[in-house]
Design a protein around this ligand. Structure first.
Ligand SMILES: Nc1ncnc2c1ncn2[C@@H]1O[C@H](COP(=O)(O)OP(=O)(O)O)[C@@H](O)[C@H]1O
Ligand SMILES: [Mg+2]
Length: 246
């Protein structure tokens, strides 16, 4: 039995919830202490009691509707988010996760962010310099690479994120919805790259709405519905159930 690389034990994650001020601002101010207490204590449960494991070398898919909690799960694996309850254990060097802002700085250019992430991943400047042209070429960002990333569209950001994450020799590659951005050629490039990682036995956690690539890439999959696990198992079987019920 191969080693468990990611493990979630009864993990829940809630976010503070900001209520609209009801009854008007006057009422709100008049009852200030109570209003503030309500304002502060309300929590939104984004994930509830999630348990799963990802094994060494496995490609693990996460599917579910928008808002189900898929990106939150990736954020917890990446360590960008902390669980509210339960235990998250991760072994190995994780790829940066641009979607959640981890490791990327919006005032730096695309190129500078590549260096920043490389160094954060433990590479020397020289090692990053050797990879930087390939990363830029893969991202198809062209001249935008010299612009601060705050001017990038979400698609451009996602392309840079995947190019960087998949070029820095991660032990665990986290991928959030990359197949929803870019054109068909770019999507093919991503799938090809993931296939080669799969052959190299790199552990991957892959969030996608593309059921076709879920089935072709993933060994097992987890379906999250209403912020909790609906089904975990063989990717084909989980996708089949998911498609039947949607
Ligand atoms: N920083 C945040 N603060 C408050 N609520 C959040 C935050 N991030 C996500 N959420 C909420 O948590 C739920 C799960 O979000 P997410 O994990 O992004 O879903 P998915 O990736 O499956 O679409 C959503 O309802 C979302 O609105
Ligand atoms: Mg998401």
């Amino acid at each position: 039995m191969s080693e468990s690389i990611v493990s979630f034990e009864h993990v829940s994650k809630s976010y503070p919830q900001y209520h609209q001020i009801t009854g008007g601002i006057k009422q709100f101010l008049f009852n200030l202490p109570k209003a503030v207490r309500l304002f502060k204590t309300a929590r939104y449960l984004a994930l509830h009691d999630i348990s799963f494991e990802v094994k060494q070398g496995e490609t693990f898919g996460i599917i579910g509707r928008n808002g189900a909690g898929k990106s939150t799960t990736l954020g917890l694996i990446a360590g960008v988010l902390k669980s509210t309850i339960g235990k998250v254990s991760v072994k190995g060097k994780i790829s940066p996760l641009l979607e959640l802002g981890a490791g990327f700085n919006s005032d730096l250019t695309g190129r500078e962010n590549i260096f920043l992430n490389g160094v954060l991943m433990g590479l020397t400047r020289k090692e990053v310099a050797n990879k930087v042209d390939d990363i830029i070429e893969f991202s198809e960002l062209g001249e935008f690479i010299e612009q601060p990333i705050r001017v990038y569209s979400s698609g451009m950001l996602a392309r840079l994120g995947f190019s960087v994450a998949s070029s820095l020799d991660p032990e665990i590659l986290l991928i959030d919805e990359i197949l929803a951005v870019g054109d068909i050629t770019f999507q093919h490039k991503c799938v090809e790259r993931m296939m080669s990682f799969k052959q190299k036995k790199v552990t991957m956690v892959f969030v996608s709405h593309s059921m076709e690539s879920m089935v072709s890439l993933c060994d097992r999959a987890m379906w999250i519905e209403n912020h909790t696990v609906k089904m975990i198992g063989d990717a084909k079987a989980v996708v089949k159930e998911f498609v039947n019920q949607s």
